[in-house]
Ligand binder design. Sequence first.
Ligand code: HEC
Length: 165
Amino acid sequence: MHAIQLLPERARSATTEWSLGHENHYHSNRTWAWAIAADEGKGSQQLHVVYASPGAIAAYRKDGHFPDGSVLVKEVFATDSIPMKTGTVSHAQALKGWFVMVRDSKDTHPGNKLWGDGWGWSWFDAGNPTKITSTDFKVNCLGCHVPAQATDWIYVNGYPPLGEG
Ligand code: HEC
C-alpha cells in the first residue's frame, strides 16, 4: 500500500487560489506532486493541477456552487515515471496546456459554441497560449463531464478544499 493511489490518467488534482496577471500569466502557490502508482501500476500518464480564481473556493463552501465569473484552470503536464524507494513514482515534465472554465450560470453567450450549460469552456495549448484551439464545448468537453453533471459539471470530489470550512 502507498499513501496515494491513483488512476493512471489522473495523477493528482490540487485546488489552490490563483490570480490573473498581465497577458494571462498567473501567479500562484504552485503545488508540485509526486504520484505513487498502485502496487501493480505503471505510473501516471499525466499530472493535473487545478486552480480556482480568488474567492471561488470560499463562495463554493457557502452554497455548493461557484459564483458567476469564477474561473477554474486545469494545468496538464506530461510525466516521467521512475522506480524510487516509495514505488513507481511519476513527476511532472513538459507542460501541455490548460483547460479553462468560466462560470456563467445565466448562459449569457447564446449561440457561441465555447459557452453553454452554465460555463465558458476552452483549451489553450502550451505552445500557443494566447489562442483557444477548442472549437465547440459540446464536442470537445461536455461528454466527458457528464458524470459530474449534478455538481455543475465539475468533478468536485477531487478537491478537498471545497469541502472544508
Ligand atoms: C477525456 C475526457 C475529458 C475531456 C474531453 C474533457 N475533460 Fe475536463 N475533466 C475530465 C476529468 C475526468 C476531470 C477530473 C479528473 C482529471 O483531471 O483527470 C476533468 C477536469 C476538468 C477541470 C477541472 C475541474 C473539474 O471538473 O474537476 C476543468 C476546468 C476541465 N476539466 C475543463 C474541460 C474543458 C474546458 C474541456 C474541453 C475543452 C474538457 N475539460 C474536456 C475529463 C475530460
